[in-house]
Write a protein that binds this ligand. Structure first.
Ligand code: PLP
Length: 388
């Protein structure tokens, strides 16, 4: 019997569990691998959970698109934080994390065999979702600073292309796209009649005076922009699995069918937590941003001695730095050596589609400053000894 169907064969096996297993086998390893924040959810989110626990409706399913008070709260947040105004041409759907929102978007807008453009390096779950939908990711490299190349994206569009995906602030590179670049993508999508899927999971994590821009705030973008948002990072509850999407209303029935099939409803208990969190709003995340920004400074300073050995592009968003190692090494092997001999873990660039060349993603949001500092020291020492 075949082990995988052809659809599943198209889906890459995730590399992160391999790194996880290596970490488990090497106790004392500091992991700069996990793309999450170090801080807990706000008390208001906990209060939301308690409110739900005291309720007597645990046995009931909720609405397929999310509970009404959460939808109202999200609408107010979108206006105030993102400049996205809702009317009957746009709708909100609450999802089980923004990964699910991406799957919803892909299944709603494609037929098998269609193409979706992913700037590289990509976020691996996007590539996997496209493959599961029996579609083809068309990879378009970003420039040497991991910024979008709108002309290259335009050139990659075929009559099978259904969408261009952007992630800003970016995982894995930390790049923040300018308003101008995002407007160019918006224009290309408008001209070619395709969708712009905008992943904004890291909307609040920007530094050095950069600013996050939501493409759905551009005039007339309502029929082509699908925006994905997450509570996992901003509010520190990745495990509760809550995100949401803003989409053209003509796609809502399709997305309802998908969610009804897979979820019936997004987890109601987590929606109560989300309601509490969003009532506090961005100030909660911004309150922690100073600490994350100071950790970022520690990381960027500590990496300076590597400039001969690695190319480090500006990383002004999210909590990632993406290193290009100037050596002919296999990234996963390098990661194995770093874990085995130096007890520090990072993620190989192959995870994000960087098959040519050796790249490493450093994540600095998940640990206390002193632990990140120790991990980066180990990384720098390891890379100097291995490459030097
Ligand atoms: N989008 C990007 C770009 C991410 O990096 C991640 C998680 O790392 C997600 C989405 C997943 O977010 P969620 O937990 O809301 O599914």
């Amino acid at each position: 019997m075949e082990r995988f169907t052809s659809r599943m064969q198209a889906v890459q096996s995730p590399i992160i569990p391999i790194v996880g297993e290596l970490i488990r086998r090497h106790p004392g390893t500091i992991s700069l691998g996990q793309g999450v924040v170090y801080y807990p959810p706000p008390p208001e989110a906990m209060a939301g959970l308690s409110e739900f626990l005291a309720d007597s409706r645990h046995h009931l399913y909720g609405s397929v698109v999310g509970i009404p008070p959460l939808l109202d709260t999200i609408a107010a947040k979108l206006e105030s934080d993102n400049g996205i105004f809702l009317d009957n041409r746009r709708s909100i759907v609450v999802t089980a994390g923004s990964n699910m929102a991406f799957v919803n978007a892909v299944l709603a807008i494609t037929q098998p065999g269609d193409e979706i453009i992913l700037p590289t390096p990509y976020y691996f779950n996007h590539e996997m979702a496209i493959a599961i939908a029996s579609c083809r990711p068309v990879l378009v490299p970003t420039d040497e600073n991991y910024q979008l190349r709108p002309e290259a994206i335009l050139d990659a569009i075929s009559d099978k292309t259904r969408a261009v995906v952007t992630i800003s602030p970016n995982n894995p590179t930390g790049a923040v796209y300018s308003e101008d670049a995002l407007r160019q993508i918006d224009r290309i999508c408008a001209e070619r009649g395709i969708y712009h899927i905008s992943d904004e999971a890291y909307e609040y994590f920007t530094y050095d005076g950069t600013r996050h821009v939501s493409p759905a705030s551009f005039a007339d973008s309502f029929d082509r922009t699908i925006s994905l948002f997450s509570l996992s990072k901003a509010y520190g509850f990745a495990s509760w699995r809550i995100g949401y999407m803003v989409l053209p209303s003509h796609l809502v029935d399709a997305v309802k069918k998908i969610q009804d099939t897979i979820l019936i409803c997004p987890p109601v208990i987590s929606q109560y937590a989300a309601l509490g969190a969003l009532r506090v709003g961005a100030s909660y995340c911004r309150g922690h941003l100073e600490t994350i920004a100071s950790i970022r400074e520690i990381v960027l300073d500590a990496l300076k001695p590597l400039t001969e050995l690695c190319t480090i592009a500006p990383a002004r968003g999210a909590f990632y730095v993406f290193l290009k190692v100037n050596a002919q090494l296999e990234a996963l092997e390098l990661v194995e050596r770093l874990i085995r001999d130096y007890r520090v873990a990072v993620i190989p660039g192959t995870t994000f589609g960087m098959k040519d060349g050796c790249y490493l993603r450093v994540a600095y949001g998940a640990l206390k400053p002193e632990t990140v500092a120790e991990g980066i020291d180990r990384l720098v020492r390891g890379l100097k000894e291995i490459l030097g």
